[in-house]
Design a protein around this ligand. Structure first.
Ligand code: IPM
Ligand code: MN
Length: 353
């Protein structure tokens, strides 16, 4: 019997369902070609369900999600829901509960896509950011004191255990080795100011590198300088590893250099458990139902999902088809209008896999 994967699909809010539809179109096309089957189960969690029932992520749904081979997520964020409720109650809760401790974000400029970086092309913009995804400021450790008074104090702590740092670094070193491009891993931090947390990261980085990864070159950049070099000399980077909030920020910067949120994909990975793949742009609610949003980020997230399942050739086939579309079929993607509808772009990629 053909290989068979159980995938949970969470189309989510806004334009999420439209881009996920195209991603599934491509996944189905590639699965037929490469001889495996995807068994899809749809979950309607998101803003609309919350507004109707008050539930964000019921425990029963979470328990079911643990049973899948992977999760495919569209977008969360609804204009009528107060910011934070869906982000924390759904997206971050899934990342934490499923212990998806890696957020993998390739920054790759595809041929034909317009980058805002002058004189930089696909051979200069091609690196991967590994964002720690389980700790730091996102753990929510903190609180208010004297809330509502003029003396009010608010605190939110950047918390890291050696365990969290080590497992993220281990993944990053292994990734740099497997990627086998320049075999360089850059730690992005702030050792000059955050002298506790990044002291820990830096020691752990060099200890592990010296002990187990003599073949991987180690570099260090402060996070502010990382932003500068991502613009000025993106070709310096191969694999970047960083903590959660810094990774959140620099990957939006990276995304815009690769043509924007319509292209950037990411994976929330638990290498030993259930991983979740998503386009990293938001739900773009004002375009809902218009069939105008670029589905390539969702399609590329689908390729990452297959790669994580071990369907490497199928994942590569999707990426090749995407590059063929950006190089030959869509003019100046990233510079504004696509010139094609969401569903047409999905058709073009699906035909090419
Ligand atoms: C991302 C997003 C999320 C984050 C939000 C929606 C909670 O910006 O995936 O980068 O901050 O991680
Ligand atoms: Mn973000």
């Amino acid at each position: 019997m053909a290989k068979h994967y159980k995938i949970a699909v969470i189309p989510g809010d806004g334009t999420g369902p439209e881009v996920i539809r195209e991603g599934l179109k491509v996944l189905q096309a590639v699965s037929r070609k490469f001889g495996f089957a995807l068994e899809l189960t749809n979950y309607d969690v998101g803003g609309d369900r919350y507004l109707k029932t008050g539930e964000v992520l019921p425990d029963s749904v979470l328990a079911e999600l643990r049973q899948f081979d992977a999760i495919y997520l569209g977008a969360v964020g609804h204009p009528e829901v107060k910011p934070g409720i869906l982000e924390k109650g759904l997206l971050l809760k899934l990342r934490f509960e499923l212990d998806q401790y890696i957020n993998l974000r390739p920054v790759k400029l595809y041929p034909g896509v317009d980058s805002p970086l002058k004189n930089k092309g696909p051979s200069e913009i091609d690196y991967v950011v590994i964002r720690e995804n389980s700790g730091g400021l996102y753990t929510g450790v903190g609180g208010f004191s004297m809330k509502g008074t003029p003396q009010e104090v608010a605190m939110q702590e950047m918390v890291y255990s050696r365990f969290q740092v080590d497992r993220c670094l281990r993944y990053a070193f292994e990734y740099a080795r497997k990627r086998n491009k320049r075999k360089t891993l850059a730690l992005s931090g702030k050792t000059n100011v955050l002298t506790y947390v990044f002291d820990l990261w830096e020691r752990a980085f060099h200890e592990m590198g010296a002990r187990d990864y003599a073949d991987i070159k180690r570099e260090y950049y402060h996070v502010d300088a990382t932003c500068m070099w991502m613009i000025k000399n993106p070709e310096w980077f191969d694999v970047i590893v960083t903590e959660n909030m810094f990774g959140d920020i620099i990957t939006d910067l990276g995304a815009i250099t690769q043509g924007g949120m319509g292209i950037a994909a990411g994976g929330n990975i638990n290498p030993e458990g259930v991983s979740m793949f998503e386009p990293i742009g938001g739900s773009a609610p004002k375009y809902t139902g218009q069939n105008v949003i670029n589905p390539l980020a969702a399609i590329c997230a689908g390729a990452m999902l297959l790669d994580e399942l071990g369907e490497t050739q199928a994942a590569q086939a999707i990426e090749r088809a995407v590059m063929d579309v950006t190089a030959h079929k869509i003019k100046n993607l990233g510079a504004g209008k696509m010139g094609y509808s969401t569903s047409k772009v999905g058709d073009l990629v699906a035909e090419g896999v």
